[in-house]
Design a protein around this ligand. Structure first.
Ligand code: GLC
Length: 641
């Protein structure tokens, strides 16, 4: 937006009138793009398009005033989400603080750690029994009483805003639960709502689709269609049989979902997490993921948000092949035109690969070959989340390293899922599909990195190593470029939680092993006792403080990889135009490793054989031309400058 227009709007005393003209300006800017995209997927839907234009105006008029002001302010400021100041945490409200009210009382804990961006797992209404951790939604915006009320959420967002904390909530864009009001009406026989989903009188079409559709949950929800006796029809259910896929070939669905999206954004949400967005369009004869039309829908959502609620941005939850993830930023090389943020699922999988293999070759290969993202978009970098770890690695890259992709994946599953005696990991195998040999991994970061085994066996060396691994992986997501998202509990080294096995509703979904209750009793002891948990907490806290104190950690496309020839080491440099820089070095091996350091002097990280480590804040001297890193050690070296 033009600076002068913005200035005029902000300075104006005419209030509403100018805010309205802001809307009109944004509509004028985006209208052609919206129209083109809309008619690409809905070529004959002229009435629906007129409805869309009216809807945009209606949605804008309902946007709360303070958010309209925020829209105007944020639209022309430096993208806040690329800042080094941002550090996120993902949490289940019920497991963390019981409910939304309780969460207000825990904000000080988050502040103490340095967290200022929260992803709250689904808090909207869902079926009583199985509900996929809330991802089977009965409503996209109504708060489930279990978490509190709309008022409680408002109080929380107000508190967060006063502390400059940002909020991310989920938008389950691909499906609803089978108890959503649309599904209930469909079951009652209303054709209109049956057309909101993919419903079929018999299995002819489903069977054609099944020939190429993969299965997301092959063990617990095989197939992609579910018979619904109430309507005597089959409905598409790519995830669980109680999650009905929305039929985006119907423009009414897009309009209704856009309304939901804006209502969600109006709750004061800064980032909307687009859940499972790769699945938005289905086409017979394909795997029905990442289709061009799915991208057009995401683009349309973004363009419409830019008109109505431009300060809300989108996160792509696309857990797909590395080369497909980056496409969810959209094609514009500067700003992107789909989601502003995407999960860096590739980096996550590669880090787990490097831990298991103790080598960084695949990590380098993938990073070097990674497609470029738009400059103003950014990643969410993370180690663990509520889901399983999928082995989203590029087969070609694995092959180029001389490994067999299938054999390599099997090794990773064996390593993490307790099928190799020497492995310290205590993960569980998730959704193993004997037909394809594919499987995924569950388990908390600490248990996957050996802490559980170390404590069980009282193995001091393993204890030390697992603690170092936990910290090293966190140091990477905190320094790599993008928003670091810490999974609640990982900041204190929380182990697997096996209580899900006693719960009838949860026991078949072992992702619950990595969805623990926050251990406040343990947290109370952090300040008093020297324990592995307090060491992890204090170290992560220190890394967060350092991240925030060093603007080179903002994502300005300023990460440069360095290869040294040592296959266990990862090195990258973060630089700023001012000439400052930080060199990050990590040793993925269980043995000490050395790095030839001659090049470090040229880059000014070594002067008179001395280097400055930011984390310890010490200056040390090299005795030979080699820099030695102990097992799983990491360094953040400061450029002498
Ligand atoms: C996303 C969520 C996952 C859920 C799925 C279906 O991938 O992260 O937990 O099972 O969507 O909604």
């Amino acid at each position: 937006m033009n600076q002068a227009v913005l200035h005029k709007l902000l300075a104006s005393k005419q209030g509403d009138k100018d805010v309205k003209s802001f809307f009109e300006l944004r509509l004028a800017t985006n209208l052609t793009l919206i129209k083109e995209a809309f008619f690409k997927i809905y070529p004959d839907a002229h009435t629906a398009f007129r409805d869309l234009l009216q809807l945009l105006e209606a949605l804008f008029s309902k946007r709360p005033g303070y958010l309209k002001t925020q829209d105007i302010e944020r639209i022309n400021t430096e993208a806040w989400y690329r800042s080094e100041q941002l550090v996120g945490m993902q949490l289940y409200v019920d497991h963390f603080s019981k409910d939304l009210k309780g969460l207000r009382n825990k904000i000080s804990y988050l502040e103490q750690l340095g967290i200022n961006f929260l992803h709250l797992m689904p808090i909207t209404t869902r079926p009583k029994g199985e509900n996929d951790g809330g991802y089977a939604v009965n409503s996209h915006t109504e708060i489930d009483p279990k978490y509190g009320t709309r008022k409680d959420l408002d109080a929380l967002t107000a508190l967060m805003r006063s502390k400059n904390m940002y909020l991310m909530l989920d938008f389950v864009v691909n499906h609803t639960s089978d108890e959503h009001k649309w599904a209930l009406k469909a079951k009652a026989g209303e054709k209109k709502y049956q057309n909101y989903y993919y419903t079929y009188a018999d299995r002819t079409i489903p069977e054609e689709f099944e020939k190429t559709l993969p299965e997301v949950f092959p063990k617990t929800a095989p197939g992609n269609y579910t018979y619904v006796p109430e309507m005597n029809k089959w409905v598409m259910t790519a995830f669980n049989n109680y999650q009905w896929d929305l039929n985006y070939t119907n423009p009414e669905v897009f309009l209704e979902m856009l309304t939901n999206l804006v209502e969600l954004s109006n709750l004061g949400v800064d980032v909307v997490r687009f859940d499972a967005l790769a699945f938005l369009w289905k086409k017979m004869g394909t795997i029905s993921q990442n289709l061009e039309e799915a991208h057009i829908i995401v683009f349309l959502y973004r363009m419409c948000l830019q008109v109505v609620a431009p300060s809300t941005i989108l996160l792509a939850e696309a857990i797909v092949a590395p080369r497909d993830i980056v496409k969810y930023f959209g094609e514009d090389i500067r700003t992107g035109n789909e989601c502003e943020i995407a999960y860096n699922a590739s980096l996550m999988a590669l880090l787990w690969n490097s831990i298991a293999t103790k080598k960084t070759a695949l990590l380098y290969k993938s990073l070097i070959n990674e497609s470029k993202k738009p400059r103003e978009c950014t990643w969410i970098n993370y180690i663990r989340c509520h889901d399983d770890i999928g082995l989203g690695l590029d087969d070609q890259h694995i092959q180029e390293l001389g490994w067999n992709p299938q054999g390599h994946r099997k090794f990773l599953l064996d390593y993490y899922c307790q099928r190799i005696g020497w492995s310290p990991a205590k993960g569980l195998l998730f959704m193993y599909n004997p037909k394809t040999g594919d499987g995924r991994i569950t388990g908390s970061a600490a248990s996957l990195l050996g802490l559980e085994k170390a404590l069980e066996t009282n193995d001091q060396e393993l204890l030390e190593q697992s603690q170092n691994k936990i910290l090293m992986l966190h140091s990477i997501v905190l320094s790599f470029g993008g928003i670091p998202l810490i999974y609640a509990g990982d900041e204190i080294g929380t182990l697997n939680d096996y209580t899900f096995l006693e719960d009838e509703v949860k026991k078949t979904d072992n992702r619950w092993v990595n969805r623990p209750q926050q251990d406040w009793k343990l947290i109370k002891t952090l300040g008093e006792k020297d324990s592995v948990h307090s060491r992890i907490f204090n170290r992560i806290k220190r890394l967060i403080t350092l991240r925030k104190a060093n603007p080179v950690f903002a994502d300005n496309e300023n990460t440069r990889l360095h290869q040294t020839g040592n296959e266990h080491i990862l090195i990258y440099e973060r630089t700023a135009e001012s000439g400052t820089g930080i060199l990050v070095l990590c040793n993925f091996d269980e043995h000490p490793q050395v790095v030839d350091s001659s090049w470090m002097a040229k880059l000014d990280y070594l002067r008179d054989q001395k280097f400055h480590d930011l984390i310890e804040d010490t200056v040390s001297e090299l005795r030979s031309g080699f820099l030695e890193l102990s097992p799983y050690q990491f360094l953040w070296l400061k450029k002498w400058h």
